[in-house]
Design a protein around this ligand. Structure first.
Ligand code: C2E
Ligand code: CA
Ligand code: CA
Ligand code: CA
Length: 279
């Protein structure tokens, strides 16, 4: 039983015990998975609206568990964040993305930029800029071929610190994107204080863009705002040609989504890319 205020006791119900047990098992398995290196990255192209070219891709982590199958990030990233495991996991993701991208470059593929998602806790590590700099030296990848995606809520948590971190990353030549743009903070004034390159419009605004006038208006304003601040705009979650045409009409620069490709394991991504460019 758990002691509450004023001498009251609240007893865990069987359901709560079951949930807590499941969660503990997941945490234990995740710890083991880190040691056994059971993670892999899948890659989704970022497509240029005007030309259809792919100059960048987003790396998305998956856990290939012998017992659980392929586990999507939403099922383990939150636990990794709560337990601090996100630091070694995030370090592995960064390293693997840079290593793979450099290997592709050395194998003769056109030079591309790889985008890596940063979690809140990772972004707040005081040594993040030095850590990334060392990683670039170690893997031999150029800083201009790395993009970091940070969510709006992460940079807004402590804007003064965030501005400094972004400046130290940007000064190295690393590209910075604001992920899930539009879902978080309402204040837009920070956009001009931060060293940013791209705003990433969240999937929730794209889904009904051709039928919902409010979504269309929001996306239209975000694009106008971004362009007036010399930022690029990418839309995520594009699944239909109708959505694509609409976004193109509004002046969006790039897109990502199942319409172009699902996130693919490295070997499949490479094969598709070679086919598309006749290598
Ligand atoms: P996100 O950064 O917003 O990534 C976009 C998610 O949308 C991905 O889900 C992607 O597979 C999915 N997606 C892409 N195109 C479409 C589409 O056309 N339709 C639909 N319905 N979905 C699409 P995924 O891979 O399951 O990742 C979920 C979230 O997990 C990511 O959201 C990101 O926040 C987090 N995540 C993934 N990899 C990492 C990582 O290495 N580190 C951290 N910290 N977070 C990660
Ligand atoms: Ca992302
Ligand atoms: Ca999103
Ligand atoms: Ca997200």
């Amino acid at each position: 039983a758990k002691k509450m205020g004023r001498g009251n006791y609240q007893f865990f119900t069987p359901e709560m015990n079951a949930a807590a047990g499941k969660r503990l098992a997941l945490e234990r398995d995740l710890r083991r998975a880190l040691e056994l290196k059971e993670f892999e990255l899948h890659y989704q192209p970022k497509v240029d609206m005007a030309t259809g070219d792919v100059h960048a891709m987003e790396a998305l982590v998956r856990w290939r568990s012998p017992e659980r199958g392929l586990v999507p990030p939403n099922e383990f990233i939150p636990i990794a964040e709560e337990t601090g495991m996100i630091i070694p996991l995030g370090a592995w993701v960064l390293h693997e993305a840079c290593r793979q991208n450099r290997a592709w470059q050395l194998s003769g593929l056109p030079r591309m930029r790889v985008a890596v998602n940063l979690s809140a806790y990772q972004f707040r590590q005081p040594n993040l800029p030095e850590f990334v700099a060392a990683l670039l030296v170690e893997t031999g990848m150029d800083a201009s071929c790395l993009e970091l995606e940070v969510t709006e809520s992460v940079v807004m948590h402590n804007p003064a610190d965030a501005a400094l971190t972004l400046e130290r990353l940007h000064a190295q030549g690393i590209h910075i994107s604001v992920d899930d743009f539009g879902t978080g903070y309402s204040s837009l004034s920070y956009l001009k204080q931060f060293q940013l390159d791209t705003l990433k419009i969240d999937r929730s605004f794209v889904r009904d863009i051709s039928s919902n006038a409010d979504d269309a208006a929001i996306v239209k304003s975000v694009i106008a705002l971004a362009h007036s601040l010399r930022l690029k705009v990418i839309a995520e979650g594009v699944e239909t040609n109708e959505q694509l045409d609409f976004l193109r009409m509004l002046g969006c620069d790039q897109y990502q989504g199942y319409l172009s490709s699902r996130p693919l394991p490295a070997a499949d991504f490479e094969r598709t890319l070679r086919l598309s460019i006749d290598l």
